[in-house]
Design a protein. Structure first.
Length: 245
């Protein structure tokens, strides 16, 4: 029985060591790799993006009334700073540039943000127009709605806009909310030109999600410690019982 117990301990140790080595041996994916927005809606690549300890999944295209070519918009993970991770959207093909009377674009999509680190929770979000310009009667706009994981409670809404005439800009909008392990984000992107010599361009915008450390409660920590001590006590008694038998 003693040999069996020692063998079991040796086997468990080998399994844990092998798992750690295997995890370290797996090369990390390039967190800065850009993915076409269109591919996230059922394309050839997995419908997920990882930025630091945040998972962006469940990508759904809700509408695209003007059939904007979303393959020309690249999505890049932002993993710096570590407590405010997010995504950057870049128009690489000029599909969000308007220079013709009556020209417009408009599409809406949705995704879920989940924190992979159990010690962290999402406590806020921000929306920023990084590179946009308008002249005359033109505007470009991004709106964002954040809901809880169940989709029943709106936690925050944000709106950034660049408008030519009358001149009006809101380049950054941010909000905080109660800590969440997972949230659902709906994003609406639109633009419109109403004059013959007007111009609108939305080249780049960012979505970021701040987080905070959630400390493990003392009762929970004590419970884990007691469970471990109980396991060690059981293992130590088995060889004694076998010798007595």
């Amino acid at each position: 029985m003693i040999r069996t117990e020692r063998g079991l301990r040796h086997w468990l140790g080998a399994v844990v060591q092998g798992a750690v080595v295997a995890c370290l041996a797996v090369p990390a994916a390039d967190s800065a790799q850009a993915i076409p927005l269109a591919d996230l809606f059922g394309g050839e690549v997995p419908e997920t993006i990882v930025a630091g300890d945040k998972l962006f999944s469940g990508w759904t295209l809700l509408s695209n009334s003007d059939e904007t070519d979303l393959s020309q918009i690249e999505v890049t993970p932002l993993d710096d700073p570590a407590d405010n991770l997010g995504l950057r959207y870049t128009d690489t093909g000029g599909v969000l540039t308007l220079d013709t009377l009556g020209e417009e674009f408009g599409f809406t999509f949705q995704f879920t943000v989940t924190v992979l680190d159990p010690g962290q929770q999402i406590t806020g979000s921000s929306l920023e127009l990084v590179d946009a310009a308008t002249e005359g009667f033109a505007l470009v706009q991004v709106r964002e709605s954040v809901e809880d994981a169940a989709g029943t409670t709106t936690l925050a809404t944000k709106d950034v806009i660049s408008q030519g005439e009358p001149n009006f800009e809101v380049l950054l909008d941010a909000a905080t909310f109660l800590p969440q392990e997972s949230i659902v984000v709906t994003t609406a992107v639109s633009g419109l030109v109403e004059g013959t010599e007007d111009f609108g361009r939305l080249t780049q915008f960012d979505q970021r999600f701040s987080q905070t450390f959630i400390a493990v409660s003392e009762p929970a920590s004590l419970g884990v410690l007691l469970l471990g001590l109980t396991g060690l006590l059981v293992l130590s008694r088995r060889p004694q019982e076998a010798a007595a038998g």
